[in-house]
Design a protein around this ligand. Sequence first.
Ligand SMILES: Cc1cc2nc3c(=O)[nH]c(=O)nc-3n(C[C@H](O)[C@H](O)[C@H](O)COP(=O)(O)OP(=O)(O)OC[C@H]3O[C@@H](n4cnc5c(N)ncnc54)[C@H](O)[C@@H]3O)c2cc1C
Length: 405
Amino acid sequence: MQGAGLSSDERGMLEITRRFGEEIVAPVAAELDSRPDPADCFSWEIVERADAAGIRTATLTKEHGGVGIDSLTTAMVIEELGKFDLGVSVVLAQTLKIAQTLQAAATPDQRDRFLPDYAADPRGLLAIAITEPDRSSDYIIPYADGDYRTRAVPTDGGWVINGQKHFISNGNRARLYLLFAQTEPGKGLAEGSTCFLVEPSAPGFSIGRVHDKMGERLANNAELFFEDCFVPDENILGEVGKGFDVLARFFPASNAYAAASVLGVAQAAYSRALEWTRNRYQGGSYLLEKDSVAQVLSRMRMKIDAAQAYIHRAAWMSDNRQLGWDPKMGALPKVFASEVAWEVVTSTLELHGGYGYMRDTGVEKLVRDAAAFLHSDGANASLLLKAARFIRQDAPVPVRGHPDR
Ligand SMILES: Cc1cc2nc3c(=O)[nH]c(=O)nc-3n(C[C@H](O)[C@H](O)[C@H](O)COP(=O)(O)OP(=O)(O)OC[C@H]3O[C@@H](n4cnc5c(N)ncnc54)[C@H](O)[C@@H]3O)c2cc1C
């Protein structure tokens, strides 16, 4: 059950999020989702209302103008948002997690320069730009030769960046970007990449097209272009050549947050499946009275609860890594939750029969939305390989020859 074991402040934030979802997001989500131009599906009004409710800045400490919710509560808030709309959940999840990272990884000077403005701007959103057209799963696994094509070359007082990123959530809406670029060509990105803080006003930075996505449409994803874009030395987050460390050390809960977003979709689908099957009369009884249908509902409930427990464990452990953080928890909860969500939404579609296929029941939106997280935040197949790397590290194959020779 969401909220058990939380402080009253944290439970309050969950309750605020639930009301925000019900009153602000739910009434407009389907209409925004249906707009043909992907840029128009995004709503500043939703962001401003999230700001007024204290959700947008909830991970900032009180000193920085937020309420300082921990990673477990953040995961719960993100899941709650996902129940009402996946895109809104992603817009805010990106912002909440990057704000958390900035507080942990930024220098005091960077915190002073960026956090007050972000906190004060009711439209202040954040984005992280890693993926490139030719470099994507490679950075998740990562391969030694998988360096970024986006290059940063040192110059007087800073760096000149050239390259392109794409698929970036909040890409056309953010007031600050965490940009990853190769600073040491020839080395893999694990050793030769650096994280830069880039503002939209940086010379040589421009935004390309907004991607036309099949689902998660209330979030915008965009291309970013860097043409001789100057970024000063003082905007390096972490150390030169240690961009990968920023990801590994300061984003431990990122995977759990992505999992929480899509789990919200699964929760929404389950509620619809339950409501439908207890009211739909066919074959002499209500659908829920048929054992085979009730078994489907039980399976959904079991898998949603298991995914939620996994997410909560990963989120809690990310704040308590001294108690024994398992790096596989930075890869696997999203794989599991997105597979569960996919099973739940497709079962919900099936239980609705022909009605599910019709737009007005709202089930097809959940199917389109859930599909996003089979790939977003890392394709599942690549995340399994990432986890496998840790499994092999812990239990290497002994050095020996072919077993038959
Ligand atoms: C909705 C959405 C939001 C996103 N938001 C962001 C964002 O905010 N910031 C950002 O930087 N990126 C973002 N991304 C990018 C996302 O992280 C990438 O799409 C993802 O990492 C997969 O990369 P790709 O699409 O290029 O697929 P590819 O890397 O081309 O992979 C294609 C397929 O091949 C498989 N594959 C790849 N390598 C291997 C291998 N070695 N062995 C076996 N199978 C393999 C993959 O699992 C996948 O199934 C977003 C993507 C989506 C869809």
